[in-house]
Design a protein around this ligand. Structure first.
Ligand code: T46
Length: 131
């Protein structure tokens, strides 16, 4: 599996840091939706699905978590703990989010509006569709 980490430029000075997200520049798709996850529980992993078409960029803006990506053949785990190191998740990639720190805040940039029909929530269906 290719490396899915994207490193965004940090504009920093004595006042602090700023990171800009721009569609089709550092974000590799047109941006249709932004959502965020917070008050996450270490013992309650999330995800466990793939998307037929949706592409996303995950940004752990605070705290840390682990994200497992699986293309049906190769699994790769990523530790996200820096706001400028982000994770691109392409279409047809199974994802699981684990081990949230107490202060974890995840922002997700998405290429389309929410559509439950785009989700593949059964792993066997995902593997069949990848074949
Ligand atoms: C993903 C990972 C990283 C909405 O109504 N609108 C939305 O935009 C989203 C994202 C979710 N929902 C509803 C659907 C469920 O009833 O919120 C509920 C929780 O969603 P879900 O269980 O899918 O949450 P996660 O954290 O497992 O997955 C989410 C995204 O759904 C998914 O696309 O890739 O974050």
């Amino acid at each position: 599996m290719k490396n899915n980490l994207l490193s965004f430029s940090v504009i920093g000075d004595e006042r602090g840091n700023l990171v800009a997200l721009e569609e089709l520049k550092n974000v590799p798709f047109p941006i249709k939706r932004i959502y965020y996850l917070y008050d996450l529980q270490r013992n309650f992993p999330r995800g466990f699905h793939a998307h037929k078409e949706l592409q996303q960029v995950l940004i752990c803006i605070k705290g840390s978590c682990n994200v497992l990506l699986d293309n049906g053949q190769v699994k790769q785990s990523y530790h996200l703990n820096q706001p400028h190191i982000t994770l691109f998740i392409d279409r047809m990639i199974w994802r699981e989010m684990h081990d949230f720190s107490n202060d974890c805040v995840l922002i997700v940039i998405a290429s389309d509006y929410y559509d439950e029909d785009d989700y593949i929530r059964n792993y066997c269906d995902f593997i069949k569709m990848r074949d």
